[in-house]
Design a protein around this ligand. Sequence first.
Ligand SMILES: [Zn+2]
Length: 370
Amino acid sequence: MQITYVLELLKPTKKKQNIFFNNIEQVTKNRQDIASKIKANETKLTSADFKGINLPSVVINQNIREVKSLYNRFKQSNSKKENIEFKPNQPICYNNQSYNIDRHIISIPLFHNGKCQRFAFPVKQTNRLQDLKEHIENDYKLAKGSLFYKNSKWYFAVTIKLENRENKGANIMGIDIGLRQLAVASVVNTEGKEINRQFHNGKKAGFIRKKYRFLRRKLGRAKRLEKINSINNKEQRWIRDLNHKISRQLVNLAVQEHVGTIVMENLKNIRKTAKSIKKADRNINSWAFYELQQFIEYKAKLAGIKIIYINPKYTSQRCSKCGKIEKGNRKGNLYSCNCGNRIHADLNASRNIAKKYLETICLDGNSLSA
Ligand SMILES: [Zn+2]
């Protein structure tokens, strides 16, 4: 699977824009030359065949690759035209070896003042950039990159290759998502015995939430809507970053513990928090929970782990040891049952989530050890 992230450059100076335009002009000319040579059956082309072109050789080589594949498509299309015609506004394309991303800075080679030079450009710091960096940190391979101009703005498009990794684990991870603990995971083996667990405390997130809520109210009284929007964006980015980190750690634990299935609750109606929090905060929370589940889901899939959603009914009231359902057993963070089970309430829930799935597959008669 391939994903392309289009990143907008912060407005370059006039001087740099001119360098871009000069290189784009050369790319267009170069591509047309390449197409003519291919049409004349010269197929073994290298950058050395284009001495008069003012472009870095890596760009010329990439042009050769691009035009070859475009030419094949052109031939198949049975077009009445003589050859492919390139419009003046061509992208400058790079293979994965010739461009670089460091934080929010992209560096690429361009031709300027008679030689090939490296230039660095900052891009806007967006959610998209965050997602891309998350992939890069996890060793997903960079593929093609391209600089292009559209509607008076400059963009750099980065393509990455995602490979689904194989996984043959049989263990099960139940994940409980909430406010006090953003996520609690319990890993159980096929006999239902817990072999590992992970907690993601919500204290810091709660603090940040309060801070932004306070700011929003203050600005709301002053009716500064633009400022409120900018604060909402900041809060969203902060949560997104946190969700990336939590989901990464959960999936890493799942891989480490040979988990084949991750089980989560279907949170369409967030029962746990609905009463305890104010309406205005409910939206941002349900959105954050949903995003966390989405991140867990796609990271798990890439690791070859299956995702199952179950009905959340009774997962927080039921005793994970004896199975008794008793609403009063849960008091804040503690779950305590007559049978002697005294554990963190959210860990109790995550065990129930894992077990609920384990029971359904046992009822189906599927062999777990296979
Ligand atoms: Zn019990």
